[in-house]
Design a protein around this ligand. Structure first.
Ligand SMILES: O=C1C[C@@H](c2ccc(O)c(O)c2)Oc2cc(O)cc(O)c21
Ligand SMILES: O=C(O)CCC(=O)C(=O)O
Ligand SMILES: [Fe+2]
Length: 365
């Protein structure tokens, strides 16, 4: 079980062992060693015939290469962005008991939790989150949306609406790039879900031993991530051999393609492989807006190009896809833990056997 608040641990000198990751999982690149590899794309005049083609080309190239790009000139009001960020920071600065009024550790849909939305994780993430489901509107449960700081709900509603519009615009481009009608991807989502996860990564006394958010791909179609200027989002496109730290750009959104986007494009667009690292100098805030298909939406490639084989064996619902992914992730983590325990046990047995066969003079030497 993770602690009920992490902020209180930020002033310790060591991290509890439940946060310590195996060496191969730890960060290999500094949180502030920024890379320019991820394309930054201006969406200015995206609806003009003259410029649309050029912008689309850049987006498609980025999706084929990394599954990640950043967008600027996206039309979301900078004031709305700064209000959203300000309220989010204020929420995490509230006393623990206020945040725990929204505790979701008992499996509640939405609210506040330390470390992970997944139950049964073996190693804990160095983060606190507050999350709420914003679309479809008819399914909103405002009792799980934080009501403090006062005024945040109105801002989150507006933010959700604007990000839904931006996501749909980006999905139009990707649909066209696949040679499909521009509504193809949104239609495949049936009735698009939106879930907002606000990540707060407190300062960490031993950032090299842990991660803010372990390596993963997002399950849905597309994620729009707003990050502050601290840095910590890292991506790999060679299965974890090398990593880059995404350069924070004021007011930009990082766009990540998720598993659903990857499957629907039959693997042509990558599902961004990423993680978040922490540091000992400052806390960090990021706001992830996950655009997901409805749970009953069928997941299967919308187009299989000539000479290609389908990346999926059969069509399944998004709910089933999500369930399989999460149980695979947890299974892999448990298997790793077991293998580690067995290795320690084997080393202990070998050590004991060595000692038993040693002459007493050698042991005492
Ligand atoms: O918090 C996250 C991040 C992310 C995620 C996916 C898969 C993982 O194994 C993992 O550790 C993190 O995507 C999410 C998707 C959700 O539906 C809710 C989340 O809280 C998250
Ligand atoms: O905080 C970050 O930079 C990454 C967040 C993320 O990947 C997520 O919430 O899924
Ligand atoms: Fe993510």
């Amino acid at each position: 079980m993770p602690p009920s608040s992490l902020t209180s641990l930020a002033n310790e000198t060591t991290v509890p062992t439940s946060f310590i990751r195996d060496e191969e999982e730890r960060s290999k690149v500094a949180y502030n060693n920024f890379s320019d590899d991820i394309p930054v794309i201006s969406l200015k005049d995206i609806d003009e015939i003259g410029t649309r083609g050029e912008i689309c080309e850049k987006i498609v190239e980025a999706c084929e290469d990394w599954g990640i790009f950043q967008v600027v000139d996206h039309g979301v009001d900078p004031q709305l962005i700064s209000q959203m960020t300000k309220f989010a920071k204020e929420f995490f600065a509230l006393p623990s008991e206020e945040k725990l009024r929204f505790d979701m550790s008992g499996g509640k849909k939405g609210g506040f939790i330390v470390s992970s939305h997944l139950q049964g994780e073996v190693v804990q993430d160095w983060r606190e989150i507050v999350t709420y489901f914003s679309y479809p509107i008819r399914a909103r449960d405002y009792s799980r949306w934080p009501d403090k700081p006062h005024g945040w709900i109105a801002v989150t509603e507006k933010y959700s609406e604007k990000l839904m519009e931006l996501a749909c615009k980006l999905l139009e481009v990707l649909s066209e790039a696949m040679g499909l009608e521009k509504e193809a991807l949104t239609k495949a989502c049936v009735d698009m879900d939106q879930k907002v996860v606000v990540n707060f990564y407190p300062k960490c006394p031993q950032p090299d031993l842990t991660l803010g958010l372990k390596r993963h791909t997002d399950p849905g179609t597309i994620t729009l991530l707003l990050q502050d200027q601290v840095g910590g989002l890292q991506a790999t496109k060679d299965n974890g051999k090398t990593w880059i730290t995404v350069k924070p750009i004021e007011g930009a959104f990082v766009v990540n393609l998720g598993d659903h986007g990857h499957y629907l494009s039959n693997g042509r667009f990558k599902n961004a492989d990423h993680q978040a690292v922490v540091n000992s100098n400052s806390s960090r805030l990021s706001i992830a807006t996950f655009q997901n298909p409805a749970p009953e939406a069928i997941v299967y490639p919308l187009k299989i190009r000539e000479g290609e084989k389908a990346v999926m064996d059969e069509p399944i619902t998004f709910a089933e896809m999500y369930r399989r992914k999460m149980s695979k992730d947890l299974e892999a983590a448990r298997f790793k833990k077991l293998a580690k325990e067995q290795q320690i046990q084997a080393e202990e047995v070998a050590e004991k056997a060595k000692l038993e066969s040693m002459p007493i003079e050698e042991i005492l030497a």
